[in-house]
Design a protein around this ligand. Structure first.
Ligand SMILES: Cc1cc2nc3c(=O)[nH]c(=O)nc-3n(C[C@H](O)[C@H](O)[C@H](O)COP(=O)(O)OP(=O)(O)OC[C@H]3O[C@@H](n4cnc5c(N)ncnc54)[C@H](O)[C@@H]3O)c2cc1C
Length: 335
C-alpha cells in the first residue's frame, strides 16, 4: 500500500514533467509501467506462508517446557536472586562450571536490572580498568579512555552478557518471578543458614494486600546469591530480610557517592554474609553502608564474578563436610 501510494506520487511527478500523450499511447505504456511498479515494490517475503498450527500445540509447547524446568529446578546448587549486572555476571562466571546447576530468579519481565543505560539515563556505559578484561572476554567493543573504557551503549554489554547466560546449559532463568522470602534452617554445625528462597509470580507478590491465600513456591539451594540491587520496592530484598530475621545486625543503606573508594569496597565486601547466602552488587553497599559509586559499572561485574567463586568455595566446603560426615558414620558403624 505504502509502495503504491509512494509510486502514485512518483508517477504524478513523472507525468508532470513529460510532454502530453494521446489516450491510446497511455494505455499501451501502462502495462509495462505496472510490471515495473510490481518489481519496484517486491520484497523477499512476498507470498510468505507459515506452517499450519493448532493453538493448543503452542500452549503445550510453552507450558510443558516451563513446568519441566520448574520440576528440575526445585532443588539447585546455586540460586541467584536478581538478574541485574551483578547477578548476570555471577551467572556468566558459573556458566564456566557446567556441573553446577543454577537457577536465576528475576522479578522483572525484562532481565538486566539497571544496566540498560548509564548515569542519568545516558547511553554510554563507563567501566574502570582493569574490569575491561571482561569486555575483552565477551568481545564487547569499547573506546579506551585511559583509566576507564566506554561501551557505546550500555544495552550492548547487558544484552551480550544476557545472551551468554541464557545459552548456558547449566543455567535456567525464571523471570517475572520474585523471591518473597528466604528458606532458613538450623543445625549444630552451621547454626542458622540460608537453604534457598521462597518464590512467587511477581504480579502475585505485588498483590498480597488485595488477595488472600496466594501461597508461594520454593527453590531449595545449597547456596543463594543475593544480587537484588538498591533498596526499593523489591531491591536489597535478601539483606533486608536477614536484618528482620536478626541474622545480621542491620542493613543501614548505601553511603554517599565516592567513585574512588566505592568500587573497591563493593568487590571487597562481596562475601558469604551468613552461611548459605552470598551478597553481591549494589546490595553489598546497602548492607555495608559503603559509598555508592555513580554510573561506573566495573564493580557490579567483578562483584558478580567474585560471588560466583565464593559460592563455588561454599559448595566445595559443603561437599567436603558431607564426605567427612559419611566417613564418621562409617567408622561409628564399624566400631
Ligand atoms: C537510587 C539509585 C541509585 C543508584 N546509584 C548507583 C550508584 O551509585 N552506582 C551505580 O553503579 N549505579 C547506581 N544505580 C544504577 C544501578 O542500580 C546500578 O548501577 C546497577 O545496575 C546495580 O547492579 P545490581 O546488579 O547490583 O542491581 P540491579 O541492576 O538493580 O539489579 C537487581 C535486579 O534484581 C531484581 N530483584 C530485586 N529484588 C528482587 C526479588 N526480591 N526477587 C527477584 N528479583 C529481584 C531487580 O528486578 C533487578 O533486575 C542506581 C540506581 C538507583 C535506582
Amino acid at each position: 500500500m505504502a509502495c503504491a501510494v509512494a509510486s502514485s506520487f512518483a508517477g504524478k511527478a513523472v507525468v508532470a514533467t513529460q510532454p502530453r500523450r494521446t489516450a491510446g499511447r497511455r494505455a499501451v505504456a501502462a502495462a509495462p509501467r505496472a510490471a515495473l511498479e510490481a518489481q519496484r515494490c517486491a520484497t523477499p517475503f512476498d507470498g510468505y506462508k507459515f506452517e499450519p498450527i493448532r493453538e493448543s500445540q503452542i500452549s503445550r509447547a510453552m507450558t510443558r517446557r516451563y513446568f519441566k524446568a520448574m520440576d528440575e529446578h526445585a532443588e539447585v546448587d546455586v540460586v541467584i536472586v536478581g538478574a541485574g549486572s551483578a547477578g548476570l555476571a555471577c551467572a556468566y562466571e558459573l556458566s564456566k562450571y557446567p556441573d553446577v546447576k543454577v537457577a536465576i530468579i528475576e522479578q522483572g519481565v525484562a532481565p538486566g536490572g539497571g544496566a540498560w543505560l548509564g548515569g542519568q539515563l545516558f547511553s554510554a556505559m563507563c567501566i574502570r580498568k582493569p574490569a575491561h578484561t571482561l569486555l575483552d572476554e565477551l568481545q564487547v567493543p569499547y573506546e579506551d579512555d585511559g583509566e576507564f573504557v566506554v561501551v557505546r551503549h550500555a544495552a550492548l554489554m547487558t544484552s551480550t552478557l544476557l545472551s551468554k547466560v541464557l545459552k548456558a546449559p547449566n543455567i535456567t532463568m525464571f523471570n517475572a518471578t520474585a523471591a518473597e522470602d528466604l528458606i532458613v534452617k538450623q543445625d549444630e554445625k552451621r547454626g542458622k543458614y540460608v537453604a534457598g528462597c521462597v518464590t512467587n509470580w511477581t504480579l502475585v507478590s505485588l498483590n498480597h494486600d488485595t488477595q488472600m491465600c496466594m501461597d508461594p513456591n520454593v527453590i531449595e539451594a545449597k547456596v543463594m546469591v543475593s544480587s537484588c540491587g538498591h533498596d526499593g520496592p523489591m531491591g536489597a530484598a535478601g539483606v533486608k530480610r536477614l536484618a528482620r530475621l536478626g541474622m545480621i545486625d542491620r542493613a543501614p543503606g548505601m553511603g554517599a557517592l565516592d567513585m574512588n573508594t566505592a568500587e573497591d569496597a563493593i568487590v571487597d565486601q562481596t562475601r558469604e554474609i551468613v552461611p548459605g547466602m552470598v551478597v553481591c552488587g549494589m546490595e553489598v553497599a546497602e548492607v555495608a553502608g559503603s559509598p555508592r559509586m555513580g554510573p561506573t559499572f566495573g564493580a557490579m561485574f567483578i562483584s558478580g564474578q567474585k560471588a560466583a567463586h565464593v559460592a563455588l568455595n561454599t559448595l566445595r566446603r559443603q561437599q567436603q563436610e558431607q564426605a567427612s560426615d559419611k566417613e564418621q558414620q562409617k567408622e561409628l558403624v564399624s566400631a
